[in-house]
Design a protein around this ligand. Structure first.
Ligand code: FPP
Length: 241
């Protein structure tokens, strides 16, 4: 099967999963963390090399304070509990998103996870935290503008590659497939630059129900797509049409 090198996931539906069971949104997010563990395992087993998970968007700060604190807490617990095992499994952990507005304790934890796993090669687990696609591009623009102002780069030399290299995802290949669960069909400011040629797969299941079979369904769907990157289909090339 044609396996995507980089899969990115918008993990949607934790709240609805909990509401349908008469439970709190927090319990939905907690169940969502279990699905994260499963997704990391499945990605490794299925031969995916990069897995990016949208854990907290720059817009999620608008949620009630309690829920924001719960999401921060869950990420901390995940790193504390799972880091040793991720390291044993040769998983490299990386964080994308704006670090400047994060509290010191969470930033320290995320940096520790990145430092410990820096040389791991089986799978790259990229956690998008305090991440927004437009914010990523705006920070890259500021970086390039300040380099130009210092005379380090020529503004006329700025091209697509220069911008890609100034994003949080600098040395990570663009996602081949973006999965969104819960039936919603939006990109919600996730990897908007990097998604230029990604295949979108929308799954009806809510994130806490995402399992190995859901991952395989998405991979099958990806395998059935004809990726042309602006070119014509290989079949048409062969026919000379
Ligand atoms: C969307 O569900 C989910 C989120 C905003 C957060 C996702 C976070 C986790 C799964 C836990 C932490 C992550 C890691 C990597 C440990 P929603 O609340 O918007 O659901 P709804 O649309 O049904 O309300």
């Amino acid at each position: 099967m044609n396996t995507p090198q980089h899969v990115a996931i918008i993990m949607d539906g934790n709240g609805r999963w909990a509401e349908r069971r008469g439970q709190t949104r927090t319990s939905g997010h907690r169940k969502g963390v279990e699905a994260v563990r499963g997704a990391v395992r499945s990605a490794g087993e299925l031969g995916v090399k990069y897995l990016t998970l949208f854990a907290f968007s720059s817009e999620n700060w608008r949620r009630p304070e309690d829920e924001v604190n719960d999401l921060m807490g869950l990420l901390k617990v995940f790193i504390r509990r799972d880091l040793a095992e991720l390291h044993r499994e040769n998983v490299r952990v990386r964080i994308i998103g704006d670090r400047q507005t994060l509290k010191h304790d969470i930033l320290a934890l995320l940096t520790e996870a990145e430092d410990l796993t820096r040389n791991n090669r089986a799978l790259e687990l990229i956690i998008a935290f305090n991440y927004g696609g437009r914010d990523d591009i705006a920070r890259a623009a500021r970086l390039l503008a300040s380099k130009a102002a210092r005379g380090e780069i020529d503004p006329a030399s700025i091209c697509e590659e220069t911008i890609s290299a100034a994003l949080d995802t600098a040395d990570i290949p663009d996602p081949d497939m973006i999965i969104r669960t819960s039936g919603e069909q939006r990109i919600s400011n996730f990897l908007i630059w990097q998604a230029a040629y990604a295949e979108f797969v929308f799954l009806p299941c809510l994130w806490p129900d995402f399992d190995r079979a859901s991952f395989e369904d998405a991979l099958r769907e990806f395998g059935s797509r004809d990726r042309r990157f602006g070119n014509v289909a290989e079949r048409d090339l062969a026919l000379g049409s």
